[in-house]
Design a protein around this ligand. Sequence first.
Ligand SMILES: [Zn+2]
Ligand SMILES: [Zn+2]
Length: 139
Amino acid sequence: MITGSCGCGGIRFEIEKVTALTNCHCSVCRKTTGASFATFAHVRSARFKLLIGEDLINPGYEWTPGHARSFCNRCGSPAPKFVEATGMVSVPAGLLDGDPGVRLSMHVFTSSKVPWVDLNDDLPKYEKWVPGFVPRDLA
Ligand SMILES: [Zn+2]
Ligand SMILES: [Zn+2]
C-alpha cells in the first residue's frame, strides 16, 4: 500500500496502485499549488481509500462551473479529488509518502508552461488535454 497525507496529517489515504504520473502545466494547477507545474498521481477510484479527513476537504473555488481544486481546510495542502471525466482520483503527487512505483508518463497543458522550466525529456507532451480525455463540458 502507498500512503499519503496532507501537510497537517488531518487527511490520510492509501492507494493500492498508481496508474500514471503526469505533470500539468496549466494555469489553474500552477496557481492552486503555487508551483511551476503540478504532478498528479492518477488512481482508479476503487484503488483509492480515504482513511480520515473527509470533513477537512474543502471542495475549492470553482474556476469554471463544476471544476475546482480541493484542499485541506486546516493546512491548505492540495487534496485528492475524484475527476468525473476520467473516472479516476487525481492525487497531488507531493502528498505521497513513498515511491508510487511508476515514473512520469507525460506533460499536459504545455501551452501554459512557465518560461523558466525547460522540458528536456522524451516524454509525450500535449499542448492541452490528453486527446480522448477532454471533459465534455470543457471541450
Ligand atoms: Zn491538512
Ligand atoms: Zn492542470
